[in-house]
Design a protein around this ligand. Structure first.
Ligand code: MN
Length: 472
């Protein structure tokens, strides 16, 4: 981590946001700072932390992407650019909005760091949620629960995902939240005492055995995941054994098994609750040993044992991978695994969505995502042109198209569009037929067949084609 550069970025952001306030009344800089702090806790790389500090500069201050490029380089500039593109999505009805956000996330996944920074930004924004109008509060809370948190889970960032969930829980389900808090209060208290007692006994045992332990601590189950588990278990809190669990972090894999052995010599394990996720990792690569034992006084305790690296990957997911990458530790084939995971996710998503057909054959990398002036996301095949875009919106817009603005600038109709471009089609009602030339550069079937069928109505077109055929 380059502390000097991060300090420079902080000073830059602080000066740029000078005098601005958040809705909550705090100085504006507190928001980018908190975002960067979350990213640092996730052990993200220097570029991401700097992008976190600068992410609101372009919209809130006179500084531009070029300024960021000049001062902090292309990598940071591109990250901030990705974040700005995410914000172009506008809200016009919940269902449509959610679909746009999902598509956008997939498009931005070309650099997964954009998603991680976006999640950190969102987590911090949620803390000032109460200062927004009720309607907007609900929408942002729902979006965080249904889109941001699942994506964070998908990317293995359990800790961030759970923080997002627990922050919006009281906003979305205030009564259920209140009830749950009441319910767990006494249980947590009792369980905490048991965990502390267990911890003391184990610490002494490990010392006797000469085992070096990195950390041994209790962890309380997050409220939202508890709520979901309770709903599945007929609301019987006595059946939830990991309300508070004991977590033991050791130096290496063989120590994990040594610790498990020691524990089982002390206390009898519950049948069917010993899980070796080290030998058989979960589908999301989670690794750990789990056991539940009848501890002191017959109290049931869940214990999780793992190495530090397993722990960091479980908590921070792909964020941890950047950490190891920067530290120079080789993460063999891990990168490929994220891509696999993302592609899998992409497929599942497609099955739930109406746009199944458009995504079935082309994988992510062959699609681009462009915006309408109203902020809807349109996905098209790579190398699509404004004409493809126009026909995708509506046949009439295609047929009457006389020009295009790409990112507010006049662009030739055969321009190859890029992800994130905002496209506005200029139409002229007096234009009656599409141009035959368009057929030579368009990329989509839809545009092709619509142009063909419009041309068939053009006086003289059919006879001219017939003549051409006869000449051959
Ligand atoms: Mn922000």
């Amino acid at each position: 981590m380059d502390i000097d550069l991060i300090t420079l970025a902080y000073d830059f952001a602080k000066t740029a946001h000078q005098g601005q306030k958040r809705l909550s009344g705090e100085d504006y800089i507190s928001h980018p700072l908190a975002t960067a702090q979350t990213l640092a806790e996730l052990k993200m790389d220097t570029a991401s932390i700097i992008a976190g500090l600068l992410h609101d500069i372009c919209e809130e201050t006179p500084y531009t992407l070029e300024d960021i490029d000049k001062n902090f380089g292309r990598e940071v500039r591109n990250l901030v650019d990705g974040l700005i593109k995410c914000k172009k999505i506008q809200y016009r009805g919940l269902e449509r909005y959610m679909e746009n956000v999902r598509k956008m996330f997939v498009a931005m996944a070309q650099d997964l760091r954009v998603i991680i920074i976006k999640c950190a930004d969102r987590l911090n924004n949620l803390k000032t949620l109460s200062s927004l109008p009720a309607e907007k509060q609900k929408r942002i809370a729902l979006e965080s629960l249904e889109i941001y948190a699942p994506i964070a889970h998908r990317l293995g960032m359990a800790e961030l995902a759970k923080q997002l969930e627990d922050t919006v829980f009281p906003h979305l389900y205030p009564e259920e939240y209140q009830k749950l808090v009441e319910l767990v209060k006494s249980y947590y208290h009792k369980q905490k005492a048991i965990i502390n007692q267990t911890k003391k006994i184990l610490e002494a045992e490990f010392k006797k055995a000469g085992l070096n332990i990195i950390s041994i601590h209790g962890r309380a189950k997050h409220l939202w995941s508890l709520y979901k588990k309770l709903t599945l278990n007929g609301n019987d809190i006595t059946k939830i054994y990991d309300l508070m669990a004991l977590r033991i972090i050791v130096e290496n894999k063989s120590d994990c098994y040594l610790v498990l052995g020691l524990i089982h010599q002390l206390w009898r394990p519950l049948k069917g609750r010993i899980k070796d996720y080290i030998a058989q990792p979960k589908p999301n690569d989670y690794q750990s040993l789990h056991t539940t034992v009848f501890g002191e006084g017959g109290n049931i305790v869940e214990i999780q044992i793992r190495t530090l690296q397993m722990h960091e990957e479980a908590e921070y997911g792909i964020a941890a991978h950047w950490h190891y990458k920067e530290k120079g530790v080789k993460m063999v084939d891990k990168k490929l695994e994220w891509v696999k995971e993302l592609t899998r996710w992409q497929k599942e998503l497609a099955q739930n969505q109406k746009y199944l057909d458009s995504l079935k054959l082309d994988i992510l990398k062959n699609r681009i995502f462009v915006f309408t002036p109203k902020g809807d996301v349109i996905d098209l095949p790579e190398d699509s042109t404004p004409i493809d875009f126009a026909y995708h919106i509506h046949t009439d817009i295609g047929n009457h198209c006389v020009g295009a603005l790409v990112n507010d600038e006049i662009a030739p109709l055969n321009t190859k569009l890029k992800s994130g471009d905002m496209v506005k089609i200029l139409v002229d009602k007096n234009r009656q037929y599409p141009s035959e030339d368009w057929l030579s550069f368009i990329k989509t079937r839809v545009a092709y067949s619509k142009i063909k069928s419009a041309l068939r109505g053009k006086p003289g077109y059919v006879t001219r084609i017939l003549k051409l055929v006869k000449l051959k």
